[in-house]
Design a protein around this ligand. Structure first.
Ligand SMILES: [Zn+2]
Length: 168
């Protein structure tokens, strides 16, 4: 398998309320273990202004270790945590964080998209019965043969989803 370049280009996003100068872009986030401080650093390091909503959603997302969440799941958590936010804002924020390289999108069916807080290269099991995404802890998992890539293209990333169902 050829070296697959992991896609983590940090794009500067033109966000709706970014008239303030973006401070510290490109700065490496110095994580301290304090979720609130860390989320602030993470947002600033990719040039996203730490708005109240982004901070609250980021805190829910990143404060509990590696997780796989759909927009609906995060919306429900936000609602339970009394964070006043709409589903549309949750979607927008998740997409901004993904574009900035802080989240990875994993699509399972055409309909289900999970956002992974672990952006390092790894593959997934999808548990069909419980609709859960689980990391495959096998760094050696690889494709036997990569397909021929069309002229002018290169492989950006390979996402493998191994679907599992309970034995009958
Ligand atoms: Zn994962």
């Amino acid at each position: 398998m050829p070296d697959v370049e992991i896609e983590n280009s940090l794009k500067v996003l033109r966000d709706d309320d970014s008239d303030l100068p973006i401070g510290g872009h490109g700065r490496q986030a110095a994580l301290t273990g304090c979720p609130w401080h860390d989320v602030n650093e993470m947002l600033q390091s990719v040039g996203l202004r730490p708005t109240r909503q982004r901070m609250a959603l980021g805190w829910l997302l990143f404060g509990k270790g590696a997780r796989h969440l759909t927009a609906e799941m995060l919306y429900e958590e936000a609602t339970n945590a009394k964070v006043p936010v709409s589903l549309a804002t949750v979607y927008n924020t998740l997409n901004q964080l993904t574009d900035a390289g802080l989240l990875r999108q994993v699509s399972v069916d055409g309909t289900k998209t999970y956002f992974d807080t672990n952006v390092t290269a790894h593959h997934h099991f999808y548990l069909e019965n419980s609709h859960e995404l689980v990391d495959i802890h096998d760094p050696h998992l690889m494709l036997q043969k990569m397909p021929e890539v069309p002229e002018g293209y290169e492989v950006s990333r390979v996402d493998m989803v191994v679907r599992l169902r309970k034995k009958r």
